[in-house]
Design a protein around this ligand. Structure first.
Ligand SMILES: NC(=O)c1ccc[n+]([C@@H]2O[C@H](COP(=O)([O-])OP(=O)(O)OC[C@H]3O[C@@H](n4cnc5c(N)ncnc54)[C@H](OP(=O)(O)O)[C@@H]3O)[C@@H](O)[C@H]2O)c1
Length: 289
């Protein structure tokens, strides 16, 4: 697979989002093992989790950290730790009611890093991302905490998520080369992150589109919801999801989409998007759709 740059590291141009990995019932462990194996076989090297990812509402605060524990155990069982760059995030918390909340207090973010280190069983996190701005904490204060975390040596690289262009610039001014990426929503359905892509390109940061196929509710109906993507997919004999990912890759050389998958066939199909080079005409049709 072609590679793209994440700080000082080359990674496969398509990553794998792990948010829906869950072993509580519907997903046999072997299926998840096979999905990670299929991803690696296809050249995927960037995996994305978060400390707040875990099973659905019923587990509430008890879900915190479950996805990290699960992926750590899967990587160990497969013996592939050294073949992937495992990105995680902190700053979101699961609440007892089953909902989500933000906490960007310095104490919480420091603790979040320590707990992710422990759950993932590593001495340094490959990429630690601030998950989402917290309305209770000024972003400049968050940036100060991220700088302290970067200087601690506990994280090899720092990323932002759900940040706007000014927040990205402000963080970059303080963090410098320690900041390597921004993870924001971007897909055929959600295109308003174009300014953030431009800032990332200007500053040399990777841009990781989240829910790049439109998210769980829409990803499988991408062809029905976005006919231009379906038409080009039909012309080329590929899936509309591949065309969506190829269109995202064509936005900028800094883009590294992280489609979610809990089935091997999904990530195998998505990873093949790197082989599609859309023509200027096709890109114009998709941009205008
Ligand atoms: N930073 C943030 O705030 C934030 C928020 C949301 C998500 N994320 C990240 O973004 C990642 C992806 O987001 P997401 O899972 O919400 O949405 P998504 O990637 O847009 O869609 C995932 C869905 O697409 C299906 N799929 C994947 N590849 C496919 C293909 N080639 N053809 C047909 N269907 C395909 C998956 O199916 P199967 O599961 O059945 O394989 C799954 O149902 C998450 O895992 C997480 O890492 C970050």
């Amino acid at each position: 697979m072609q590679t793209r740059t994440l700080g000082n590291q080359q990674v496969g141009a398509i990553g794998l989002g792990l948010m829906t990995f869950d072993q509580t019932g519907t997903q046999p462990r072997q299926q998840l093992l096979d999905t990670v194996t299929a991803a690696i076989d296809a050249g995927v090297t960037l995996l994305d989790t978060a400390d707040a990812y875990g099973p659905g509402d019923e587990k509430g605060a008890g879900a915190q950290g479950e996805n990290e524990r699960l992926i750590a155990s899967i990587l160990d069982e497969l013996g592939v730790r050294d073949r992937v760059l495992l990105a995680t995030k902190g700053g979101h918390v699961r609440t007892d009611g089953g909902g989500w909340d933000t906490d960007s207090s310095a104490g919480h973010l420091r603790r979040a890093v320590d707990e992710s280190l422990q759950r993932l069983g590593v001495e340094q996190l490959d990429l630690w991302q601030h998950h989402r701005p917290d309305p209770k904490v000024p972003y400049d204060d968050v940036i100060g905490t991220l700088k302290e975390i970067a200087d601690s040596g506990k994280v090899a690289r720092v990323g932002l998520s759900n940040a706007d262009p000014q927040q990205i610039r402000d963080a970059h001014a303080v963090l410098g080369d320690a900041l390597v990426s921004v993870q924001n929503q971007f897909s055929p359905k959600f295109r308003s992150s174009r300014p953030e892509i431009d800032v990332c390109e200007e500053l040399g940061l990777a841009f990781l589109p989240w829910s790049p196929l439109g998210g769980l509710g829409d990803a499988k109906e991408l062809a029905e919801k976005h006919p231009a993507f379906a038409e080009i997919a039909a012309d080329r004999g590929v899936s509309a999801q591949q065309v969506a990912l190829a269109w995202e890759l064509a936005q900028s050389p800094v883009v590294i989409p992280i489609p979610g998958a809990k089935r091997p066939s999904s990530i195998t199909d998505s990873a093949a998007a790197v082989h599609i080079e859309l023509t200027r005409d096709e890109l114009a049709r998709l941009d205008a759709s």
